[in-house]
Design a protein around this ligand. Structure first.
Ligand SMILES: Nc1nc2c(ncn2[C@@H]2O[C@H](COP(=O)(O)OP(=O)(O)OP(=O)(O)O)[C@@H](O)[C@H]2O)c(=O)[nH]1
Ligand SMILES: Nc1nc2c(ncn2[C@@H]2O[C@H](COP(=O)(O)OP(=O)(O)OP(=O)(O)O)[C@@H](O)[C@H]2O)c(=O)[nH]1
Ligand SMILES: [Mg+2]
Ligand SMILES: [Mg+2]
Ligand SMILES: [Zn+2]
Ligand SMILES: [Zn+2]
Lengths: 211, 211
């Protein structure tokens, strides 16, 4: 059986389990240090009064990201892969089975810091988000078209640094639209909070209201 | 035969081919946008009068990085993997075999933008360098110990942004020394040229003088 096909089946099974309990899962991907944890921190700050949330922090070996989420008084589980460069549906399944899904609204997964591999391993989430930062340079979208093509949302983070990096954000947005016309693009700064209310609305609140 | 073991054997064969012709090969790794191409640009600017150089630019699909090197009047070959998240020794071998190694001094390889996977796939280089940037945050070393443990050199790039990122570079250097006591650490800014003369001396000129 095709390797990627079997992973897709596992992802479908995860999605089914989540839907049975009315739980929404969001997969947050992005390169090392793009701002995944910072974005998730901003999301839980804005949503924890209204939704019951668990965060899954994917990484190789540390618990640093889990600790950052726990400080917000939100449950966070560290999901370490050792050396594997991406989370996969089977690993996420083992965590989902330990959760009290009947008493949860939202699972936010922070994937391993890697812009390439996680895109090939869907987890069964309702929404796939990639966080890219202006500090990665202006060509990220055209250099990773098959990655961005898979995404529902693209967060362009660290926009407070766009001018010092001399990155033309509108050109980057244009590139993103050509590799993925349907993806919603939100510009954020986790440093000053720019774009976070918009992200919360479009990524979490609007879709939930429709279901 | 073990998968990683067979790659190691291919790497050894590459190294042997290079040594037969007295060519030094340097493997430059690092996450998306860390500054690999910028560092290589700075290296070729400083070395092209003195050494016969070819650059191999690894990526998924574009020729953007090759074009940047060609603009310096240095030969550059684009080595695209399609979707594979790292260069490997077999792919690099096919390129080495097309080069006039007898008339070259230095091959610089820019690996695919990915901090995790390339570390597991040695290419047969004489020196393995990872470029990390302060914009990736303060925990890169402790989060990727097996990667940094493999390296001969670590370049901490974009140090001109250290204060706006509020990253304590000396703490990062300390973390690097604990995960890899033998690695040489050089701090650079490709924006203002800081650290580049030191990098050229320690990475290229000093080692060559000993052989
Ligand atoms: N200036 C600025 N810095 C930011 C912003 N967002 C995050 N950072 C900083 O960027 C660094 C990396 O942020 P993280 O949230 O740890 O990124 P990450 O993607 O979770 O990193 P890994 O999980 O290690 O791959 C940290 O030093 C953050 O403080 C932003 O919008 N602006
Ligand atoms: N401020 C600052 N920006 C830098 C520095 N070095 C590189 N940059 C910028 O960082 C961005 C990425 O640099 P690149 O050299 O393309 O990085 P890379 O590692 O080759 O990127 P990929 O090959 O796409 O993974 C570009 O916008 C560069 O101009 C530096 O020392 N300081
Ligand atoms: Mg993180
Ligand atoms: Mg590059
Ligand atoms: Zn991978
Ligand atoms: Zn990989």
């Amino acid at each position: 059986i095709d390797f990627l096909e079997s992973h897709r089946k596992l992802a479908e099974a995860n999605r089914k389990l989540l839907d049975e309990h009315g739980v929404t899962m969001i997969d947050v991907m992005g390169s090392v240090g793009a701002g995944k944890t910072s974005v998730v921190e901003q999301l839980v700050r804005g949503l924890k009064e209204k939704y019951r949330i668990v965060v899954l922090n994917g990484d190789l070996v540390t618990t640093i990201d889990q600790d950052r989420i726990l400080r917000h008084g939100v449950e966070a589980i560290q999901v370490n892969t050792g050396k594997e460069c991406h989370l996969d549906a089977a690993l996420v399944r083992t965590v989902l089975e330990r959760l009290d899904l009947g008493n949860l609204d939202l699972v936010i997964v922070e994937n391993v810091g890697n812009l390439i591999c996680p895109a090939d391993f869907p987890l069964g989430s309702h929404r796939r988000v990639v966080v890219t930062s202006v500090t990665e340079g202006p060509y990220v979208a055209v250099k990773h078209p098959h990655v961005f093509a898979e995404m529902d949302f693209v967060v362009i983070n660290k926009i407070d640094l766009a001018s010092v990096m001399e990155v033309d954000v509108s050109k980057l947005v244009g590139d993103l639209r050509s590799v993925n016309p349907r993806a919603r693009v939100v510009q954020t700064s986790c440093k000053d909070g720019t774009g976070i209310p918009e992200l919360i609305t479009r990524l979490v609140e609007e879709p939930r209201r429709c279901t």
